[in-house]
Write a protein that binds this ligand. Sequence first.
Ligand code: ATP
Ligand code: 3PG
Length: 394
Amino acid sequence: MNKKTVRDIDVKGKRVFCRVDFNVPMQDGNVTDDTRIRAALPTIQYLAEQGAKVILASHLGRPKGKVVEEMRLTAVAERLSELLGKKVVKTDEAYGDAVKAAIAEMNEGDVLLLENVRFYPGEEKNDPELAKAFAELADVYVNDAFGAAHRAHASTEGIAHYLPAVAGFLMEKEIEVLGKALSNPDRPFTAIIGGAKVKDKIGVIENLLDKVDNLIIGGGLAYTFVKALGHEIGKSLLEEDKIELAKSFMEKAKEKGVNFYMPVDAVVADAFSNDANTKVVNIDEIPSDWEGLDIGPKTRELYRDVILKSKLVIWNGPMGVFEMDTFAKGTKAVAQALADANDTYTVIGGGDSAAAVEKFGLADKMDHISTGGGASLEFMEGKQLPGVVALNDK
Ligand SMILES: Nc1ncnc2c1ncn2[C@@H]1O[C@H](COP(=O)(O)OP(=O)(O)OP(=O)(O)O)[C@@H](O)[C@H]1O
Ligand SMILES: O=C(O)[C@H](O)COP(=O)(O)O
């Protein structure tokens, strides 16, 4: 990475504004998955050990510029405090005099968490006044929020214009892993793209077609491709306006010598329900009043073979409606194949695929699970992430 990191600066005695992505799932006021908090610990601990006064900032949810009580970061501060084994002071605001007073009380190595930065309308507008108000709190800016790096907001981008600005360890690792995969991949290089909609994956498929050896399609979006081949897809998900695009992707794959893998069979259901009647059919035999909700057993085998023969696999998006056990087998089979592929470097591109790998208890078998859903998707589309661009060059 050509950006400076926390290793390149001296933070001793300095106030460090460290943007993290603590946008974690919550239920009844409790953090239900602390993966993102744990992922930021190396940077936080390093800064504290180096004698910095660590001022953490994050968003939680989408409060749209207003205070939403359930989106306060209080429970996050408590969880962080447990993980660090020391007290984390939490302020009720994210800037201003009360916050400055709390920071003035900090000793070297202390950690403080600001209130949800999205309680202020200026955050998502990237208002320079808010960015300056954040910058006034600190001497140095560290961005470790890879998950929010695709957002040009006051705490992810704006502030970097007013302070020395460097990357944290998580940001560095995410950019290095995904960057190497896209620029200098070990081959055979396979991408597995699933999820609900073609619309959301157009940029990724376009960009990856120039780089991969194998492209595997699954999930709801596969049915638009099946339709493009002229088959009946019943009530399966279809994006009528993307049929031509699906055809052009398949043609482009052929021109470029990319092996394009599509489901050869499907688990179809007579209703969108875990208790629906189901059957396995060949992909060109979907009954007109049934819908495809998972890849079938032959497809699972086919995809497993491709995965096991790859040196590098990137996966984004589930193979079926994995939230319902009846339709989770395809997604589980892909996760299991990745877990079994010992000579393969496996990268999980955040979002639902990361959730699936966690759900199946296979997370520790993967080489890299990105903490960014939207961010990793944009990175895989080949886009520059504003939160990274704004950091100081080496
Ligand atoms: N055959 C299918 N029919 C309908 N929905 C499906 C099908 N296969 C997968 N899905 C749904 O697609 C959703 C995931 O799609 P999405 O495009 O959001 O994935 P993702 O890219 O991993 O998510 P994120 O945006 O969180 O990164 C899941 O909720 C899953 O139930
Ligand atoms: O959960 C995420 O993907 C990041 O925290 C970004 O959140 P956002 O989509 O609300 O900007």
